[in-house]
Design a protein around this ligand. Sequence first.
Ligand code: ADP
Length: 484
Amino acid sequence: MIAAWRRLTLRSRLTAAFALVFGAMLLAYALAVYLLIRDRFAAELDHRLDQELEIAERSMVRDAGGHLAWRHIHGPEHSEDQRLRNVAWLDIWHTDGTLSLRRHDAATGSGETPVPPLDAAWTGLRSLELPDEVHLRLLQRRVSIEGETLLMRAALREDDFARGLVVVLWVMVGGLPVALLGAGAGGYWLAGRGLAPIHRMAEEAEAIHAGRLDSRLPIDNPHDEPGRLAFAFNALLARLEAAFGELRRFTADASHELRTPLTVIRSVGEVALREPHSETEYRDIIGTMLEEVDRLTLLTTLLLELTRAEGGQAAMKCEAIDLRELVRDAAGFLGVLAEEERVRIELDLPATVVPVTGDWMMLRQAIVNLLDNAIKHSPPGATVTLASQAQGEQMEISISDQGEGISAEHLPHVFDRFYRVDAARSRQNETVRSGFGLGLAIARWAVEAHGGHIAAESTPGKGSVFRIALPRERTLLHPEGTTS
Ligand code: ADP
């Protein structure tokens, strides 16, 4: 039943639900109206009966022989027929159970209505059903006529009233299906109109595939539900388009980066094979090839690291860290390199602990990448300053260098994957440890995964400052901002 209901279209379900609710309401309304009419009819009948008895009581006199008779009044409107127009019969009894007077319905003639026997102990109002489907309403009460207490009965036919009720019932029963049909048709039309924009949206959405992510659904009215749905769908499309674009760029960049070392290996090998070489030359050639293989290995490792990290698969530790120690550790790690490049590393650390919670290795990687860049871009004899301090709830690290700096056009992009300020020059000056444009992207990921923030400032020709701000307590965040 539920499965069959769910298989129906929303339009059919809305129509059915609408017709059902409307039908139930109509039925309840019809029932209430019917009961009200019936009660009103019944009350009216009782009132009339009561009036008839009262009139009859006032119209009775005793004739010369001591018998009860109608008071003689002139005028047709006061005739006996007139008085008894609606009464099936009227009779008056002595309290000992003997009949004093009976009048029958003038229209039907005397004796046509079978009269039930008197129940002398009872007074009041009741409905009677006599043979031949005669329905009567009977009123019996004690009256006093000229000093004598008598029992007076009068009965009114309920048939007219019953016929009226049947007509009302038929109108209602007959009208209900027609009203339901009308409601169903109206509901179907309304639901169709309401759902039409959704149909259009579904058709448009069906035509969208990975290659057409730049298309958007039309929004007729941004304030109604279909409009909001289209708006949400368009926002989703925009996010997907951005993500797909990013993925495409990533794949293209990664392939490009992988192809370069492979091309070098191939051309070096081809040159080597073309003519015989001395052993030293062969060693050089093999050395060059191995260097490229090392670069390839590093690149694939970095790519894997980045993909895992961005996919949220990297398992992060949550340990108490003193940022001063972390900075000292990173500086120690790159000390030899700095010496080689003749760059001085200066530490500017406070006396008190700079506490954060997080993953030591991840944060160390971020600082190492920044320090590595600072050393790489500093001229011989320059100083790189590593500082750390607590700023309220934020713990900060800054890495300042006196290198060539980064121009304003490149600054917003340096954290993007594979972004290099001068790709050609990087390639020329490259060492195994650098040159893919991934170092800052990895640093940013590590910092943002700790709920922190990384930013760069630079004055071309003077130097750059990279700042990391970390919350004291680690909030587990992926770079996209989703809590893990
Ligand atoms: P790479 O591994 O190629 O250095 P990064 O992601 O670490 O890649 O850096 C991206 C780009 O930002 C580099 O091409 C480099 O030119 C520039 N850059 C990074 N740090 C500095 C710095 N301290 N001074 C000048 N330029 C920098």
